[in-house]
Write a protein that binds this ligand. Structure first.
Ligand SMILES: *Cc1c(COP(=O)(O)O)cnc(C)c1O
Length: 352
């Protein structure tokens, strides 16, 4: 009975996540999950939390996790903010740091949650077109703005922006916050974290959902100057004091500390990506260079929607965006080598 809805709810256009079909035996390459499991040390740490201790609230500051992130990023715990998935961290970022008089800037082809947050919080935005090769052109962002946000590597294109270009953007925008959403950075891009010491207007957001294979746990974090972190904490403590439960804090900290598992699995994903990119090129696809755990590709002769449907009939799910400029592309998550081979075999059959 929508007559009970607030005016805000009437005006919302919610984000639509990639589907999570409840079917067995799917080759699920649509939401950029990691095909390898989480760190065994993370699972063990979470199991150890399941007990009588759950009657107590978790640490509202998640200090154990902040310390693990701080150590990994070479910053102090006061420069770390943690949240229930980077989606929640980003939500707080929009309200705390991107809601100003002037519109914010982000790429025309980018994470489709950004305009949703703008709608929720009443934030004006302008989209800045990627260039003809789907790359971010820093020179196009050198104009007055209320803030800048983009993923690096970008999603769903997979293209990475070099750190030197991000520095140029920071230098040109000392009066607004520049947010780099590094959801996929561990698969081959340069992190902006080392720039933090020099630029108090830089905020870097990362997640444990992709490279740490913990999408189901919902943990993300931001790293930036303590005054940016303080702004985020003020919003968080006006919203939910305990966004991370005890299992999430313990599991995420252990996952971050398990360097060996992290290195081995991310390298496996990157190696599979290079092989899949070559195989797709062999089938005639145009493949954008990817620094992420997915590939963005189009076939010059075949309709992307039709290909996605034909794959689905063979129990393989990839992501297709019905959106200007990219409606002929498929975004394909890197699976195990076996899953990638199943995809290539299916495409061979479909294209024959
Ligand atoms: C996956 C993704 C996120 C969200 O990650 P969660 O931590 O799972 O909420 C944020 N930004 C981009 C660009 C992503 O692709």
């Amino acid at each position: 009975m929508s007559r009970y809805w607030s005016a805000v709810v009437h005006g919302l256009t919610p984000y639509v996540p990639g589907e999570q079909p409840k079917l067995a035996n799917l080759v699920k390459l649509n939401t950029n999950e990691n095909p390898y499991g989480p760190s065994p040390r993370a699972l063990e740490a979470m199991r150890a939390e399941v007990g009588d201790g759950l009657r107590l609230y978790p640490d509202p500051n998640a200090d154990r996790l902040k310390e693990a992130v701080a150590k990994r990023c070479g910053v102090t715990a006061q420069e770390v903010f943690v949240g229930n998935g980077s989606d929640e961290v980003l939500a707080h970022v929009f309200l705390a740091l991107l809601k100003h008089e002037r519109p914010i800037l982000f790429p025309d082809i980018s994470y489709s949650f950004y305009p949703v947050y703008c709608g929720l919080y009443g934030i004006g935005y302008e989209t800045v077109p990627l260039d003809g090769d789907f790359a971010i052109r820093v020179d196009d962002y050198l104009k007055p703005n209320g803030g800048i946000i983009f993923p690096n590597p970008n999603a769903p294109t997979g293209r990475a922006l070099p750190r030197a270009e991000i520095e140029r953007l920071l230098q040109a925008n000392p009066d607004s916050v520049v947010v780099v959403d590094e959801a996929y950075v561990d698969f081959g891009a340069e992190s902006a974290v080392p720039l933090m010491a020099k630029y108090p207007n830089l905020l870097v957001v990362q997640t444990l959902s992709k490279s740490r294979s913990l999408a189901g746990l919902r943990v993300g974090f931001a790293v930036g100057h303590r005054s940016l972190v303080e702004a985020l904490t003020r919003v968080k403590d006006s919203f939910n004091s305990y966004p991370l439960d005890r299992c999430a804090i313990a599991g995420a900290a252990a996952a971050i500390e398990d360097e060996e598992h992290f290195e081995r699995t991310r390298r496996a994903v990157m190696a599979s990506r290079e092989k899949l990119a070559a195989d797709l090129a062999g089938l005639g696809f145009d493949v954008l260079p990817s620094a992420a755990n997915f590939i963005f590709a189009r076939h010059p002769q075949r309709d992307a929607g039709g290909l996605a449907q034909a794959l689905r009939e063979r129990s393989i799910i990839v992501r297709h965006f019905r959106q200007p400029r990219i409606e002929q592309f498929l975004r394909i998550t890197i699976g195990t080598d076996e899953q990638c081979a199943a995809l290539v075999a299916a495409l061979q059959e479909i294209l024959a």
